[in-house]
Design a protein around this ligand. Sequence first.
Ligand code: ZN
Length: 211
Amino acid sequence: MLRSAPLNIGFRRILADNKWIRSLHLVSRRMSVHLSDSEDTFKWNLIDYRCFTVRSMYLDLLNGQTVFLKYIWKIKVPLKIRIFIWFLHRKEILTKDNLVKRNWQGSTTCFCDQEETIQHLFISCPFAKIIWRIVFMTFNISPPANMTSLFGNWLNEIPKKDKGHIRVGVCGLLWAIWNVHNDLIFNKKSFPSFLQVIPMSTHWIHLWSYL
Ligand SMILES: [Zn+2]
């Protein structure tokens, strides 16, 4: 089939709708392929010496992605916290909207009675806003507008020497919000208030200082 131009491809049924487009796409990809009689080999196109490395794939996945994400594995916090932040970025932690997708039958609302999503719980919930407001008043760091900003260009204006410390603080804060949330929802613990997030996160940040 590939020896002739145009390609000698026939289909028994008519290609309709997007199948026609997809077939054109396939043919156009084939145009750059030049076959020879030599033996087949595998090549990894992401690096010059054409050998697969996990590092090259990882860097390629990160390429064009968020800034915070590039640093996740270097932040001086325990590994389980870095993994939590990674899942948070991938929107895979089990907030109620994600639980519903797994047949969760319980309530879908946050303690503030709005729908619980990752964006809501960590950024837009009135309780979360109070926490971010306290951070702003204490450190003069404006809250992130949304999760994309949190993992993106949020700290762009901050001097480089401070960013590492701020990232540790943010990890402590996000981890504390998640734990207070779980205690309230699943363990039915009653804290005096959501403000428990503040002493909880400072406790962890202090604990992680040995790192
Ligand atoms: Zn809420």
